[in-house]
Every structure is written in structure tokens, then in C-alpha cells.
Design a binder for this molecule. Sequence first.
Ligand code: HEC
Length: 150
Amino acid sequence: MLLWYHKEVVDNVFCTEENMLNVMLTALILACSLSEARPTERYDERTKQCRLIAQGQLSWESEPWGTGGVKFREVCKSCHSRNNDKGAPFIHAESYTSKAWNSIFTKRRKKCARDGAWDILTEDELQMVNDYLYRNGDWTYDPNDADSCG
Ligand code: HEC
């Protein structure tokens, strides 16, 4: 009887721990898939360099609070805000795919890029705005095309 009771308690404890482990594993997998759901590398055609935008300093700078996000809001959004009077269409990170953002920054053929509106940004800052938009652009996870550096 005592032995039986003991087993019951042990079973219950084990069961509880297993549940907790399951919850933790689920949370971990969710966290991993969320952080996975963005590109981690960006090939920059201008400098011919692979930018590791999910690591170290570049990771910070390509977030909304880093140089890339801040400069996008400060400069680009000064015109591209909703209902602006500058004749600029409303733009946010998800307006374009990552690839399209890369092309916009490589070619720099949009009217505002040609007429000097981008020039208050340094080359470094432009790279970081590009990083930010690339990382947070309209991007669907494709295991065969996860990163652009190859
Ligand atoms: C001084 C205002 C101004 C600034 C600053 C500015 N833009 Fe523009 N941008 C415009 C205007 C106006 C147009 C529309 C030009 C036209 O009619 O073709 C435009 C067009 C664009 C387009 C094409 C949109 C479309 O639907 O055709 C993109 C993309 C773009 N800008 C991105 C940017 C980015 C990225 C930045 C920051 C690095 C930026 N712009 C900064 C005024 C600005």
C-alpha cells in the first residue's frame, strides 16, 4: 500500500515535469522559428560584400531601434508618411520584398534618390537603412533561399 502510494506520487511529479518540459520546448521552438523567419544575410552589390545582418553590431543596427530603423523614420518617412504633402507614396518596411529593397538601394533610380533627397545620409547609413528594410521587408521563409549570399 505504501509502495503503491509512493509510485502514484512519483508518477504525478514526473507527469508534471513532463508537461512543463513540453511547454518549454514548444516555447523554444516557437522562439526559434520566429527569429528564423527573417533573412540573416544580405549581399550588397555596391560593396560586393556579404553583410551578416543577424550578428553583432549589424544585427542591432538593422532593428527598428538601430541606425537603419532610426534613419529610415527620420529621413525616408519625413516624406513617405501617410497623407504627406510631398507627393510621396506611403512606404513602410513591408511595402517591398527584401530583394526589391536591395534592388532599390543598388540602382538608386527612384526619383528621390536621383534628386538628392537621400544625400543627407552617409554611405554607411544608407547601407544600414538597406539592411533594416531587407531584414524587415515582406519576406517569406524559404529554406532553399534563406539568405542572399549563397
Ligand atoms: C524629400 C522627400 C523624400 C525623401 C526624403 C525620400 N523620398 Fe522616396 N520619394 C519621394 C517622392 C516625392 C517620390 C515619388 C516620386 C514620383 O512621383 O515618382 C518617392 C519615391 C520613392 C519610391 C518609389 C515609390 C513608388 O511607389 O514608385 C521609393 C521606393 C522611395 N521613394 C524610397 C525612399 C527611401 C528608401 C528613402 C530614404 C532613404 C526615401 N525614399 C526618401 C520623396 C522622398
